[in-house]
Design a protein around this ligand. Structure first.
Ligand SMILES: [Zn+2]
Length: 342
């Protein structure tokens, strides 16, 4: 087996969960996905040392499985500088300008590829998934946040700084909207992501509008999951909350389709996992917001192709950098190589 055919240790670091798995060049998972809560330090930031400790066990277990050097691919829930591997701004982990790629490479004496999770998710879909035959498509995540990324003209499209595709942070209502994690107010994310759904459920509970939502409140707090549960129990108030989120997602993604004339949007994230029918609803309701009959006829909105596209994308990133897979799909104008800080 050539070195590049060896499986990669893929790591997906989200705002709450850390997932690891060994993935091979065919996109097959070897063994299981391990899941941990992201450890946080007393200052509120994610604990780098704690994360390295969790990773260490899996690195040591994987080393003897591969012939030659083990490689690590990482997907991170924030902006990452592709060239340096530094985490520039990761709001959910409270990291800013942290050389995380180098720290991992140094600690384990291994080559590391690292990028933003939405970008990795697009690369996975373009390599093995729904976008493998498409020259243009978008990715959208609805979870703790509402994120996006683009694949245009057969390649990942990062824009001037790698920040393109942030359609969750286009503004919907800056006057009546809530503050956003990006520092502004009224972005689409603040209306449609998990916390917005929970907030609307909480307001309905506090106003005494829904007996079902109130019965599902845990110590007075309504979660996103509880709102979806209430719909299953037939609660019209919860259904109205999700209808409104779906309407705004359709307005937003409809704008993306009208802007780019794309025929495919792949959706992932915790909210779409909790309610798989949500993607079907968006796929149908979005037609009202599409400008052309071609888009109305041809656009497909589908769920991610694997259990966790960002994790698969972390592996695809390594294979692409090595030239073993889809390297012509990486961003134009950048030198793509693994970080070796040892
Ligand atoms: Zn924002």
């Amino acid at each position: 087996m050539s070195a590049s055919a060896n499986p990669v240790l893929a790591v997906d670091i989200g705002g709450t969960s850390l997932r690891l798995g060994l993935i091979n060049r065919e996109g097959k998972l070897i063994g299981d996905i391990a899941r941990y809560d992201v450890p946080f330090a007393n200052d509120g930031a994610a604990d780098v040392r704690g994360i390295l400790v969790l990773m260490a066990e899996h690195v040591e277990r994987a080393r003897p499985i591969v012939s030659g050097e083990l490689r690590v691919g990482i997907s991170l829930c924030g902006n990452v500088d592709l060239a340096s591997g530094d985490a520039i701004l990761v709001p959910n982990l409270h990291w800013r300008n942290l050389p995380f790629g180098k720290l991992v490479s140094q600690r384990f004496q291994l080559p590391v590829c690292i990028a933003t999770d939405v970008r990795q998710a697009v690369l996975a879909e373009a390599t093995w998934g729904a976008g493998a035959k498409e020259r243009n498509f978008a990715w959208a995540t609805v979870g703790t946040g509402y994120g996006g990324y683009l694949f245009l003209n057969g390649r990942l499209y990062g824009g001037a700084h790698g920040f393109a595709g942030n359609f969750g942070h286009t503004t919907y209502d800056e006057i009546n909207g809530h503050p956003c994690g990006c520092g502004r107010r009224g972005c689409f994310e603040t209306f449609v992501a998990g916390p917005a759904i929970a907030r609307a459920g909480q307001a309905a509970h506090e106003a005494g509008e829904s007996v079902i939502l109130s019965s599902l409140a845990d110590e007075g707090k309504v979660s996103t999951r509880a709102v979806f549960h209430a719909i299953e129990l037939g609660d019209p108030i919860a259904a109205r909350i999700i209808d409104e989120a779906i309407r705004l997602i359709c307005i937003n993604l409809g704008g993306v389709v009208n802007l780019l004339d794309i025929r495919l949007i792949v959706m992932g994230g915790g909210v779409t996992k909790a309610a798989p029918w949500l993607v079907q609803r968006i796929n149908s309701d979005i037609r009202a917001f599409l400008m052309t009959v071609e888009a109305q006829r041809e656009l497909k909105i589908v769920r991610e192709s694997t259990a966790n596209a960002a994790l698969w994308g972390a592996a695809a990133h390594v294979f692409a950098v090595e030239g073993a897979l889809a390297s012509d799909k990486l961003e134009e104008g950048l030198e793509h190589r693994a970080i070796r800080a040892f």
